[in-house]
Design a protein around this ligand. Sequence first.
Ligand SMILES: Nc1ncnc2c1ncn2[C@@H]1O[C@H](COP(=O)(O)OP(=O)(O)OP(=O)(O)O)[C@@H](O)[C@H]1O
Ligand SMILES: [Mg+2]
Length: 508
Amino acid sequence: MNNDNILEIRHVTKRFPGITALKDASLIIKRGEIHGLCGENGAGKSTLMKILSGVYPYGSYEGEIIYNGNVLKLEGGSIRQARDEGIAIVYQELTLVPDMSVGENVHLGNEPVENGSINWNKLYSETQTTLKQYRLDVDPHAIVKTLGVGKMQMVEIAKALSEKAQILILDEPTSALNESEIEKLMEILKTLKENGVTCIYITHKLKEFFGNTDTVTVLRDGEVVTSQPTENYTMEKLVRYMVGREMKERFPEGHRKPGEIFFEVENLQARDPNEASRMVLKGVDLNLRRGEILGIAGLMGSGRTELAMTIFGELGKVTEGKIILEGKEIAINNSIDAIRNGISLVPEDRKGMGLVSILSILKNLSLPNLEQFSSFMHIDGNAEIKAANKQSVELAIKAPNLQVTVDSLSGGNQQKVVIGKWLMSNPKILIMDDPTRGVDVGAKYEIYKLMNELTEKGVSIIMISSDLEEVFGMSDRILVMCQGCSKGILDIKDASQENVMALATGIA
Ligand SMILES: Nc1ncnc2c1ncn2[C@@H]1O[C@H](COP(=O)(O)OP(=O)(O)OP(=O)(O)O)[C@@H](O)[C@H]1O
Ligand SMILES: [Mg+2]
């Protein structure tokens, strides 16, 4: 063991029923570095991190991990022991309790107790100290649900860290963050580094590795493909290591010919169901042609997700405005109305709204589509399996079989299941809210190809994305939102980053 190395992962193999998630993986993490980790969905990134944090205990994998010169032997069942050893982890999905304060969340299960009751002053002052030390700009008394995702992520970090933290693992922390929030997070990582904390950083936004990490390791199918100083890579090289082949374009070529306008939204206004005084949509006009992709651009909080949810009947009370489908005004009061009218939504939050984590892939795919497979109250199991199989092959969902529960899938593969279940419903209009979030470059390409195929068959797609490159790469037209209002639709020929941003920020 070299003292410059904080961690040496030696020949680690981890098997799950039907799948070997890590195959003889060896890797060195140097003390004080920011170490990037990438690989396709299901490559084994999260599994390795779960071993380091004790979710999978010593003995449940082959090989060994040397931490500060000693074999790491975590008992598992809780990440408490890892945390006490100085290994902190922030998971792929947020784990905060929304109705509690920042301080309560940071100390959850670890509250300072005196004479049998919680010492609140101490709890808040300790939280404040941690937040300050790492320059995390959050109020310890704020209730978590009132914070944006960027701040929530900071709370997750504060919660994971203890005074003894030596390693901080971040598993896709930026998938829900916007550009400026990502920049802030990078600043935080640098502050941590100054404080002597080593970081392991996982992301599918490959750009983030450059300029922010010291080393990048690529995993593919559970194996370490390469581990090199970041300056040795170019974007192309990194992608090649990840997918194992050359990938020239980010976006597949489409051959669609959009038809007539068949769906319109006029002056749509809606209120927050939980807070009637708050207007979530203040006036949105939109029209959609058959077989086109209408991209929706806008800053975080501009009302994009609210628009999607309102058209799908899942959000606010529509107070004003019309939704017109094929010349007729329709009422959409809930998602059942929406689905009957041929409208489907791939939601932003896959854990909350997209999937039932304890059910199988098969059931998740077929649940909203059972009508297709049933006659006289009887479900045709064969037809159900056949359709689900087809969908899972088309989306290249990585799993031993369709009977496994979706919570055993990697994050990106869960996202594919969400998309698959709505594709199976044969919609006329498919609304996709950040469809490629957390999805690897290869699978992104597959999703784009599917979007092209669907539109070529006449399905119309409304695509929300915070990735402007994606909006430009895939859309026929772009609707720009700003503060709950639509600011106009631009034809892709006339759209530039500048005029979209000008509309999105309200300058234009
Ligand atoms: N608890 C589990 N039970 C069974 N299989 C699992 C379990 N956890 C992970 N796997 C499988 O192990 C493989 C690696 O999964 P892992 O979550 O490590 O991937 P990942 O690289 O983090 O992917 P992503 O980028 O999608 O998050 C996948 O095929 C996954 O389905
Ligand atoms: Mg993962």
